[in-house]
Design a binder for this molecule. Structure first.
Ligand SMILES: Nc1nc2c(ncn2[C@@H]2O[C@H](COP(=O)(O)OP(=O)(O)O)[C@@H](O)[C@H]2O)c(=O)[nH]1
Ligand SMILES: [Mg+2]
Length: 392
């Protein structure tokens, strides 16, 4: 216990920012805005970006949270009674987003669907050229050669067995095959649960945590965010802004603090508030795999010691615009963490959304959520049928 005694002394940040932190937060907010604007200037947004979420009543104590402020030493020695452990898939709140999803995926849609339209128009027969061109279209959308070959191979067999098959129907069959290859496995949420969000710098970890917290909150989960990226001061500030937007508490410490110590504080807060999900942000330094592994292991050790009843999982964030490079990152992270699945971000910013299919079939990892923009509600549980129908 000795190692952890010193952690206990550290104070947890209250849910709302301190007054003296307000200027920092403002500065960080301005910086974030500027960055967003710079990004929108670089790449024409598929649709005019609506104003930042009409901040869903950012209250210090979310409706589900207990009224008492979190005090690590507060007189509540025992953890709150366990909410019934029955897991449920997180698909409430999915809210027929289909039209919106389609509009966010226009780049990939124009690329893939546009080329498939031409293919179907240009070919009367299902000959070798037809299948080869179809394979090329998939590969150009980052579906990956192995997966494209597999999908088109299955389609060839189907077409060989059905003499009445037309190019237009073959295209529909291809979509069904891709849906089958991807599968849809909604993430099972336990309570309590610790979710590590990992990935290299800039992929969208912090942003996705904010969106995920908001989403889980709307389906009635009590969420606490833990600022485990202590590498840069700005990281905790940025996460604080997202916690405010989502209306959930955040636990953080100073820049340079031991991430395991922040996790320790997060656990205390989670116990005291009877939180369902503790989401932990992490630093994205991949250049030193050994260090990353050590850091993750250390945090995991704290959890298994201090929060053994919690189910602990890691979600790896991949930036869809990085294409095959994202796959390479995933291969590295797969070695160091027990991955629950992938959050695939920035699908709104790429014409190569086929990467989602490659991730599933080449890495064997389910895509759990997709990021389709920078607003708080731009994270959706992944649904293979909706996704494929939006892009093909
Ligand atoms: N267009 C778009 N931008 C995103 C998405 N997710 C994250 N971003 C942007 O990517 C940048 C890096 O995100 P951040 O969360 O700071 O990445 P981190 O370093 O992994 O924590 C920010 O400008 C985000 O707004 C997304 O789904 N779509
Ligand atoms: Mg970050």
């Amino acid at each position: 216990m000795g190692l952890f005694d010193r952690f206990k002394k550290k104070k947890e940040e209250p849910a709302a920012p301190h007054k003296n932190a307000e200027s920092d937060i403002k500065a960080a907010l301005d910086a974030e805005k500027a960055r967003m604007e710079a990004q929108t200037a670089q790449q024409p947004a598929p649709e005019p970006a609506p104003e930042p979420a009409p901040a869903p009543a950012v209250s210090e104590t979310p409706p589900q949270a207990e009224a008492a402020p979190v005090q690590p030493q507060a007189a509540r020695p025992e953890p709150a009674p366990q909410p019934e452990p029955q897991p449920e898939p997180e698909h409430a709140g999915k809210v027929g987003f289909f039209g919106r999803l389609k509009s966010r995926l226009t780049r990939t849609h124009e690329n893939l669907s546009g080329k498939m339209d031409d293919l179907v128009e240009n070919y009367a027969d299902l000959d070798d050229d037809f299948f080869e061109e179809m394979t090329d279209i998939l590969i150009m959308a980052d579906v990956g050669m192995k997966t494209a070959d597999e999908a088109v191979g299955r389609l060839r067999e189907k077409c060989a067995a059905d003499k009445a098959m037309t190019p237009a129907r073959a295209r529909k069959e291809l979509a069904e095959i891709l849906i089958d290859i991807m599968g849809s496995e909604p993430m099972i949420l336990a309570s309590p649960m610790v979710l590590f969000v990992i990935g290299v710098n800039g992929v969208g970890k912090t942003t996705s945590i904010g969106k995920l917290a908001a989403r889980l909150k709307t389906v009635g989960r009590r969420v606490i965010i833990c600022a485990g990226d202590t590498f840069r001061a700005a990281a905790a500030d940025q996460l604080t802004i997202w916690a405010e937007r989502a209306g959930v508490p955040i636990v953080k410490q100073k820049e340079g603090a031991d991430p395991a110590a922040v996790v320790f504080d997060g656990i205390q807060a989670a116990r005291q508030r009877g939180a369902d999900v503790l989401i932990v942000d992490t630093a994205g330094r991949l250049h030193n795999k050994a260090h990353l592994m050590e850091e993750l292991k250390k945090m995991a050790r704290v959890i298994s010691r201090e929060f053994p009843e919690a189910k602990t999982r890691s979600l790896l964030v991949i930036d869809a615009t990085t294409g095959q490079n994202g796959l390479a990152q995933a291969a590295v992270f797969k070695d160091v963490a027990d991955l629950e699945g992938i959050i695939l971000t920035k699908l709104d910013g790429t014409a190569k959304g086929g990467i989602a299919i490659a991730i599933r079939s080449e890495l064997g990892l389910p895509v759990r959520y997709i990021g389709v923009g920078e607003q708080i509600d731009d994270l959706q549980p992944f649904d293979a049928r909706e996704f494929i129908e939006a892009i093909i």
